[in-house]
Design a protein around this ligand. Structure first.
Ligand code: MEV
Length: 434
């Protein structure tokens, strides 16, 4: 029998079918089990091949539910927002909050900026003061060297916005950080920024040589996923008496409890992380649906949440002059052209559902979905608790996994109204009702 316990060699050179067979042999016990991967392939061969090209070593497709958050009113424009997420309560919670806020004027943009950035880190072995004094010539030469790259971006309204040169004494007296701020129009711009920075990186030694300075040494050039100047702030607001979310509390008490909960997330890291996770539930679902990079969004959001030195809530809520209001600032770099946005058929469909927005518009929708989920989560926490809603969906999932009949589903929903839902309890109920 073949030994399948060791390192696999030459894997990258195998064809897709061979890779599936090899992994089936190593991980599932038998090469013939590669059919378990193929079972999830698209019937359309060309589409399957397209998917396999998105990433390396693709074995199969991994499906997630593609849902919709209906009635998200953003700056008076109505969207039915596509959301891709595996967690059962996310879409339901966002939908409930979106509908609530639709009736109260919806989500409003109160601030937005679209400046991304990247850095070149290098050692300047010559006089740093000289470089500082000549920085405008330095920046002009760097900008000129990128003209070929920036020409097209400028036609689309983007391009380089500024340069900033800083010393990094914590590393060494020679280490410099050059920040380049850019606008990337409707593209996420990762490739554009990285190409720009790498071009600039090769120009730094050229500049030194032209000016008879010692040869500098470039360490690295890379975009930053920390995008505090690429943000949007969305807000919801309503007179206190309209805060009729809960039957358990009057609008005034509900709003007070709500604000208290957000204040706790602003001061207590234990709560802040979960609170922000609730925001990312909604935002990531739209980011994923539209073929954008949710890891970049997560990294940026959490760094931004810690911008004042301790990790805090990304959203705020206040009661002022008889009004409840809540706002969320989300730094999020998105694209609606390039990347996977048009290549991935359901990402293209998602963007189509939204009327093919530009990147700035998509940022508002993404932040509104985050705010909707955040509002729904905190509203549940300070009223019924979240388990009631979660358990309803948990029950639906278990009933579907257990292949319950429509009559059993109906009966189970009544039976579990006041009982704890668990797989074993549902199985027992189904066994007794068969
Ligand atoms: C669950 O996915 C998200 C919540 O925990 C968020 C929150 O606590 O605010 C409900």
């Amino acid at each position: 029998m073949k030994d399948t316990s060791g390192k696999i060699s030459g894997f990258s050179k195998l064809s897709a079918a061979e890779k599936r067979r090899t992994i089936a042999e190593h991980c599932l016990g038998n090469a013939e089990d590669s059919g378990q991967f193929e079972a999830f392939h698209f019937a359309d061969e060309a589409l399957q091949q397209k998917f396999e090209q998105f990433s390396e070593n693709t074995l199969t497709n991994h499906a997630l539910p593609f849902g919709v958050i209906p009635n998200v009113l953003v700056d008076d424009k109505l969207y039915h927002v596509p959301a891709v997420v595996e967690e059962s309560s996310v879409v339901a919670a966002a939908s409930k909050a979106a509908s609530f806020w639709y009736d109260r004027g919806g989500f409003k943009t109160i601030a937005q900026e679209s400046i991304k950035n990247g850095q070149v880190y290098f050692e300047w072995f010559d006089d740093v003061e000289w470089l500082r004094n000549n920085k405008s010539t330095f920046f002009d030469q760097l900008a000129e060297s990128t003209a070929e790259l920036t020409n097209n971006m400028e036609k689309r309204g983007g391009g380089i916005r500024s340069f900033l040169l800083e010393q990094m004494p914590g590393i060494s007296k020679n280490t410099l950080k050059l920040t380049v701020e850019v606008n990337t129009a409707d593209s996420m711009g990762a490739n554009f920024i990285n190409s720009l920075l790498e071009t600039i990186a090769t120009e730094i030694p050229v500049f030194a040589q032209k000016n008879n300075r010692k040869a500098p040494e470039v360490l690295m050039a890379i975009l930053s996923n920390y995008t505090p100047k690429n943000f949007v702030t969305m807000q919801v607001a309503a007179p206190i008496e309209q805060m009729t979310w809960s039957k358990l509390y009057s609008p005034e008490i509900f709003a007070k409890r709500f604000v208290q909960a957000v204040n706790i997330a602003n001061t207590d890291v234990s709560r802040a992380v979960t609170h922000n996770k609730g925001i990312m539930n909604g935002s990531d679902a739209v980011i994923l649906a539209t073929g954008n990079d949710f890891r970049a969004a997560e990294a940026a959001a959490h760094a931004f949440a810690a911008r004042n030195g301790s990790y805090a809530s990304l959203s705020e809520a206040v009661i002022e002059n008889g009004y409840f209001s809540m706002k969320l600032t989300l730094p999020v770099a998105l694209g609606t052209v390039g990347g996977l946005t048009k290549l991935h058929p359901t990402a293209a469909l998602a963007l189509n559902m939204l009327g093919n927005p530009g990147a700035d518009e998509l940022m508002k929708i993404v932040a509104s979905a985050g705010l909707a989920n955040n509002f729904a989560a905190v509203a549940s926490l300070v009223t019924t608790g979240i388990q009631r809603g979660h358990m309803k969906l948990h029950l639906d999932n278990i009933l579907s996994a257990e292949k319950a009949s429509p009559t059993q589903i109906k009966a189970a929903k009544v039976w579990f109204t006041d009982k704890t839902v668990s797989v074993s309890a549902v199985r027992e109920f189904l066994a007794n009702s068969r």
